[in-house]
Structures are given as C-alpha cells and as structure tokens.
Design a protein around this ligand. Structure first.
Ligand SMILES: C[S@@+](CC[C@H](N)C(=O)[O-])C[C@H]1O[C@@H](n2cnc3c(N)ncnc32)[C@H](O)[C@@H]1O
Length: 268
C-alpha cells in the first residue's frame, strides 16, 4: 500500500522541521555526496516541503537553478522564507502531473516523498519526462520497516498498547520503502544504470522531551496518530516509550535512521 492520507497532515513548517526535517537534512547531505553531480546544473525537486533538501542542494549541489514543487502552500511559504536565493524557485504542484516542460532539467530528485504518493510509478515517469536524455533521476525514502528507529519504536509501543494501530504504521503502509521495490520502480520506469544505497544517520535526542514533543504537533503520520488518541491513551503511549527508549547516562537518546536511496539515468 502506498499513498497519502488526509491525516498525514503536511502543513505546519516549524513542526515538520522539528519532527523530520532535521533528520532529512542529514540524509540529504549524504545523498548529494553519493550523486556527485557537478555544479551549475538545472535541478528539479519533487515534494520539497519546507525546503530542507532544497537548502542542501543549494549548499552542496551549487545548482544553476532549482525548482521545488509541493502541493502544500504553507510548506512552500516556509521554504521561501527559509531559503531566499536567486537560483531557487518554488511552485505548487503534484508529483503525478508536474507543471514543467519535457527535458528542461539535468537532475530530478525527491526526499522522503515517493512512499506517500498514490501513484509513485507515475511520479517517477514524470521525473524522467522532466529530465533530458542522459540526466539523473534520484530519490530517498526512510526504511520504515526496519531501519528508521525513531518511527519504528513509536509504532512498536503504539501497537503493543493497541494492535489496531498497526494499520497506521508506516512500516506496514509503505512496502515501497525498501531497497528492492525502489530499484524495481526505477527500472520499470525505463531508467538505466539503476543503483541503490543505504544511507544511515544518527538521530540523537537531547532527552525524552526532545524525542516526544515533535509527536505532539501532529505533523506526519505518527504524530497525527498520536494526536488522534485521547488523553489517557496518549499518556499510556508516552509512558511506554519513556520506559523502553534507550537513555544514555548523560540523558540523551541515541537512535539510528536508515534511508534507501535510488538513482538512475534517463536513457538516450
Ligand atoms: C516527509 S515530507 C518530505 C519533505 C522534504 N522533501 C524533506 O525531505 O524534508 C513529504 C512531502 O511530500 C509532499 N507531498 C505529498 N503528496 C505529494 C504529491 N502528490 N506530489 C508532490 N509532493 C507531495 C508533502 O506535502 C510533503 O512536503
């Protein structure tokens, strides 16, 4: 199963950054290192959200220009404010019907987006269409099923308290978020020289509150689930997490997050 649900709630930029943006930024840097694209290219970013990866592309990719596309007006407002730069433009749009002409870009990327789409195959075809022959299409998504500890531990606690929570678990909802399905998605879209790469980043929380409070803003699937619980159930979930998360002697919580990255060349 893939696809966005209304209660995934991509709207509040600050809350998104505290919950997920800070970790996506770390993956974005490793992703750009891996792509090793030369400077001065024309970049397209799908599902740019609050501009986390856009900012990394500006820093590391030195683009000629970068167009970021996302359906969330409020995320884009946040992105514009975060990264005012003459090379950077943002536009409202959807991955499945990109508002761009054929072959106008050298590279099309997306970070943490493909699994949320109703039709990821169509989105990859659209990215391919937007890039000229010989250009690059690439993406990364969290390994929700196994390697993204922050979210994995949340759902383990939630389903231990209520087995019905399993249907909201991103590890269950998003089978695309794994190495083989991503590679198949890219190959089936006609991309060539498809490669995958695991990207692991440390997610270190100052204390339990640093881990827990972003869930209370309700932005993203797990926070939306958390805020849909009544007060008693949410307190039980907090207490279960508090008693199971590995707290270091200095009070910090050291977790890991793995993303799967995939890239391919547009034929021709
Ligand atoms: C987890 S966020 C990732 C944001 C950003 N790329 C990052 O790495 O932080 C998922 C993003 O996908 C966007 N999104 C959801 N449905 C989309 C669609 N059909 N087309 C393009 N983007 C979409 C959301 O608005 C949100 O900004």
């Amino acid at each position: 199963m893939t696809g966005r649900r209304a209660n995934d709630n991509w709207a509040a930029g600050d809350a998104y950054d505290a919950y997920m943006g800070r970790w996506s930024r770390l993956v974005g840097r490793a992703f750009l290192d891996w792509l090793a694209e030369p400077p001065d290219l024309r970049w397209l970013e799908i599902g740019c959200g609050t501009g986390v990866l856009s900012e990394v592309i500006l820093e590391y990719g030195e683009p000629k220009h970068l167009l970021g596309i996302d359906p969330s007006e409020s995320f884009l407002a946040h992105a514009r404010e975060r990264t005012p730069h003459p090379a950077l433009r943002f536009r409202v749009g959807s991955a499945e019907a990109l508002p761009v002409e054929d072959g106008q870009f050298d590279v099309a990327v997306s970070g943490l987006v493909l699994n949320f789409l109703a039709d990821p195959a169509r989105a990859v075809m659209e990215m391919r269409r937007a890039v000229h022959p010989g250009g690059t299409v690439a993406a990364y998504v969290w390994d929700y099923g196994e390697g993204m500890d922050m979210v994995r531990l949340f759902w383990e606690a939630a389903t231990a308290l209520d087995p019905a929570a399993r249907e909201h678990d991103e590890g269950v909802r998003f089978p695309l978020a794994a190495e083989a399905p991503l590679a198949a998605l890219f190959r089936d879209s006609g991309l060539e020289e498809v490669e995958t790469r695991a990207i692991e980043v440390p997610t270190i929380f100052d204390d339990f509150d640093d881990y827990w409070s972003p869930f209370l803003a309700g932005v993203g699937p797990a926070p939306a689930y958390c805020m849909g619980l009544d007060e008693t159930a949410r307190t039980a979930l907090r207490e279960r997490l508090q008693s199971t998360l590995p707290v270091a002697p200095d009070g910090r919580i050291h977790l890991n997050a793995r993303a799967w990255a995939v890239r391919g060349d547009v034929p021709g």
